[in-house]
Ligand binder design. Sequence first.
Ligand SMILES: Nc1ncnc2c1ncn2[C@@H]1O[C@H](COP(=O)(O)OP(=O)(O)OP(=O)(O)O)[C@@H](O)[C@H]1O
Length: 251
Amino acid sequence: MLSIRDVAVSFGGVAALGGVDLDVETGRVVGLVGPNGSGKSTLLNVIAGVIVPDRGTAVLDGHPLPFGRPEGVAARGIARTFQIPRLARRLTVAQNVIAGGRDQPGESLAALLFRPGAVRAAERQVTARAFEVMRRLGLDHLADHPAGGLSGGQQKLLSMGMALMADPVLMLLDEPAAGVNPVLIEQQVRFIRALASEGRGVLIIEHNMEMVSNICDHVVVLDGGKVIARGTPDEIRRDRAVMRSYLGEVA
Ligand SMILES: Nc1ncnc2c1ncn2[C@@H]1O[C@H](COP(=O)(O)OP(=O)(O)OP(=O)(O)O)[C@@H](O)[C@H]1O
């Protein structure tokens, strides 16, 4: 589904990524791990259309991704979450989720004026979908609460729901478990596995190795902007280079 080849990025002479290859297949959860500063966020930002790489290619379902055009990338069916959720804190949980749905006819003045029935029907559909998404995330009982009043972990779940409203083929998740309590991490794990079983691809940056082991089919380890290992979570845990660089740093 997604093929990254030889992607390199440098910031003022510092190589953040030195020629990285990465694949995400349909229905698979791929973990992107590595020590701080290894280039994980940079790679996610290249895929999301935020950073234009110095070289390399990214192909989604046979077509190149438009580097440097986040809205073009989103239109290709890639949705993302951020380390710090980007929410409208004063709007309700339901309003935030609804806002995550794209292509709403109500956004077009012409549609509002000339096809009000179609707009109402589409709005009903988006609202029904939003409630379904909130149910999946266990947030439906909080639908009318302001998003800013949710716990950090609930806000992360909410941001995943907002991303899902765009019905993406590929989800990019940036450290969803950071600072989240174990019960909500469990909920995230179920949600992410369900995304994959629906046939979506998931690329997840995560430091929590237990979570990575629980959800990832495949793990790619970066260090100093290069891939130092790739394989199943089990293979990665046993990899000597990984122990030296990534796990060694944690210890
Ligand atoms: N906008 C920027 N300007 C200059 N240097 C940057 C910029 N963004 C990242 N870097 C540098 O590029 C390298 C890779 O950073 P990146 O944020 O991608 O790592 P990371 O693996 O996501 O780290 P973390 O786990 O801390 O989020 C680091 O040396 C970082 O200092």
